[in-house]
Design a protein around this ligand. Structure first.
Ligand code: FEO
Length: 392
């Protein structure tokens, strides 16, 4: 992509990675992603804010062909998709200094072997003048690493937030024009990356509330020229009560669990509950994570394998626990042939979730008439709990 002007002296650089499909060897990227860098040219000094994943170094270096000097390379976040090209930028501009938080300094030295004398740290609320433009640094720890910060360009009311408020969305558009598409990608991003840090999000949004912000420029996805759009979305994801939704991640081996899940889905939906079943053998884990943002209840469905839950159910349960959604209730349904410790095993894996556990339904073989009655009781229990918690 070619550089794109946001305002006079402020240009979006970086690379759009349309074809990338996996991040951190973990996170699916159905819509690709981008690594945005920003060039801020003041009357006296020039700053580059963040860089790109080294996989796209050539794109950034070509964009810098006509940039005669860089005084500062601001590293808002040390993860390598943004910082990984800093050593190459320093090679091209040996006079440049890296600007980051004190915590980030050690990360950059450890992860990228950037020499200590190349790094200047900034305190919270410290400013650097570029002449007629001023960069103000706002420490924003734990969105999503301990060293993260935002950079606010005071004269232009632009805040550069790196990962925070971003989206894994490859698009040729500079601004978030297609709000439906961006909303979905930003929600997926929130669910996978930011949701475990909900408490810190609240603190960091409070910190920037008083700033006049015309543009939010994250380092993934398009720039927000209507900042309220993404603030409203985060308000809903972070603060709203969960909705009348039951998410059912499950695996079936010979059809018993599938029969239970199908029955639950049919009866719950008859009672007005939105049900989202996910067969984990074919599920995009990002879709599952997104569904957890709003779900009031999770029902895990598993067969018994080697005396425990199916490994894919264990994986999904581990992820759900790590993502810490605001889900209020959890239950388990499953089937066995001759025994096992599945319930104990799964129950021990959800210590991060502040959920009330609704009694599981664990049956022998294919569900029989009396088993469907137990599932009816589970449905009644879920509906009652949602009503009592005023979940709509
Ligand atoms: Fe986009 Fe935490 O890196």
């Amino acid at each position: 992509m070619k550089p794109m002007k946001i305002k006079d002296g402020v240009t979006k650089l970086g690379a759009v990675h349309f074809e990338r499909r996996l991040f951190d060897s973990l996170i699916p990227l159905p819509a690709g992603t981008s690594y945005n860098a920003y060039l801020v040219e003041g009357s006296e000094k020039i700053a580059l804010i963040d860089t790109v994943d080294p996989m796209k170094l050539d794109v950034l270096m070509e964009q810098l062909n006509d940039v005669p000097k860089i005084d500062y390379v601001v590293s808002n976040h040390s993860e390598q998709d943004h910082s990984g090209s800093i050593p190459f930028v320093l090679e091209k501009y040996p006079e440049a200094k890296v600007i980051c938080t004190p915590k980030a300094k050690t990360f950059l030295m450890d992860l990228l072997h950037i020499p200590e004398d190349k790094i200047d740290t900034v305190e919270d609320d410290e400013r650097i003048s570029l002449g007629d433009k001023t960069l103000r640094f706002i420490h924003a720890p734990w969105v999503h690493w301990p060293e993260t910060m935002f950079t606010y360009l005071e004269e232009d009311n632009i805040i550069f937030t790196c990962d925070f408020l971003g989206s894994h969305l490859a698009t040729s558009e500079l601004f978030a024009e297609d709000e439906c598409l961006v909303y979905n990608s930003a929600k997926r991003y929130y669910a996978e990356i930011m949701m475990p840090f909900r408490n810190f999000i609240e603190k960091n949004i409070d910190k920037i509330k008083s700033l006049k912000i015309d543009y939010i420029a994250p380092s993934h996805g398009p720039v927000y020229n209507k900042p309220q759009f993404i603030f409203d979305a985060y308000n809903s994801w972070v603060y709203d009560e969960p909705k009348n939704i039951v998410v059912i991640p499950y695996v079936t081996m010979h059809g018993s669990v599938k029969a239970m899940v199908d029955y639950l889905t049919a009866v719950l939906s008859q009672k007005g509950v939105v049900v989202k079943p996910f067969d984990l053998t074919v599920t995009d884990l990002g879709e599952l994570a997104m569904s957890l943002v709003d779900a009031a209840t999770i029902v895990v469905g598993t067969p018994t394998v080697l005396a425990g839950a199916h490994p894919q159910v264990i994986y999904a349960t581990y992820l759900a626990n790590a993502l810490k959604p605001k889900t209020k209730f959890l239950s388990i349904v499953g089937s066995y042939s001759w025994g096992g410790k599945t319930i104990d095993q799964l129950s021990s894996m959800i210590t991060n979730l502040k959920v009330e556990v609704i009694p599981p339904v664990f049956i022998k073989g294919l569900p029989k008439e009396e088993d469907y009655k137990l599932l009816d009781e589970l449905v009644d229990n879920i509906v009652k709990k949602h009503k009592e918690a005023n979940i709509k």
